[in-house]
Design a binder for this molecule. Structure first.
Ligand code: MF3
Ligand code: CO
Ligand code: CO
Length: 255
């Protein structure tokens, strides 16, 4: 197996899938408000992906996952299952979108706030976002996977936050999760060298307290053991000749 280097034709399809995933996050933004259930957010995204985009929500039935999107609220770290609980004022929520279009996957997530979050929550969200971008800055030919992990970890820990170890970024393409594993911690200079045509995600989960997590009895929802807040952001990247292209970039992120 190993890391799949995408052809030009595959790259075109990855660009389309990435753009669609990003557009789902843009579509859902105004709906993330106190009083809305995560089930409603799931339904809106599901309908949009299928009806408007002619795409497939990748999480649905993936290893038995029951919904079209993941919604992880407050101390939930990732893989939260949408449900009938309403978001309340001050809640923070990660919405993770993966679509399949023309056989290729685009995977991206961001943090949303319902109403007015605490100063602590705002700070965590901001640092987690900056941690993702520290990783992205390392993404170019000649750099190694360890350079990405190291940059993310150094930044997060310098703010006294911790990096979740059990879940990582991943190669992506025809399959949802391909090689390589993209750890969000590690040693600079370690791991495989990045090369043009590689596609992978960077998606650090940053905890306000300790890094330990556990999975709830539903078999999916991952939460912090100390029940402190967690935040995550994710992009899908392509390594290019001289750097990278962020395939899931949103309008709000374009300078
Ligand atoms: N989108 C997640 C990721 O970034 C994976 C979700 S798997 C699911 O890799 F089954 F929970 F949807
Ligand atoms: Co991912
Ligand atoms: Co994802």
């Amino acid at each position: 197996m190993g890391v799949i280097i995408k052809t030009q034709a595959e790259i075109e399809k990855m660009r389309v899938a990435g753009r669609l995933a990003a557009e789902v996050l843009e579509m859902i933004e105004p709906h993330v408000r106190p009083g809305v259930t995560t089930e409603k957010l799931d339904r809106l995204c599901h309908r949009y992906i299928v009806d408007q985009q002619g795409a497939i929500p990748a999480p649905l039935n993936y290893r038995g996952f029951p919904c079209a999107i993941c919604t992880s609220v407050n101390h939930q770290v990732c893989h939260g299952i949408p449900g009938d609980k309403k978001l309340k004022d001050g809640d923070i929520v990660n919405i993770d979108i993966t679509v399949i279009k023309d056989g290729y996957h685009g995977d991206t997530s961001k943090m949303f706030v319902a109403g007015q979050p605490s100063v602590l929550a705002q700070r965590l969200i901001k640092v987690a976002h900056q941690a993702l971008w520290q990783g992205i800055k390392q993404a170019r030919p000649g750099r190694r996977l360890g350079d990405i992990g190291h940059a993310v970890q150094r930044f997060a820990e310098s703010h006294n936050y911790s990096v979740v170890r059990e879940y990582c970024g991943h190669g992506i393409g025809k399959a949802f999760h391909e090689e390589p594993q993209v750890l969000h911690y590690g040693k600079a200079g370690d791991g495989i060298e990045l090369a043009p045509g590689m596609c992978f995600t960077i998606e650090p989960m940053i905890n306000a307290g300790k890094h330990q997590v556990k999975t709830l009895p539903d078999g999916w929802t991952v939460v912090t053991r100390d029940r402190k807040l967690s935040a995550q952001w994710e992009h899908t990247l392509l390594i290019t000749e001289h750097g990278h292209e962020i395939l899931t970039l949103r309008a709000e992120e374009r300078a």
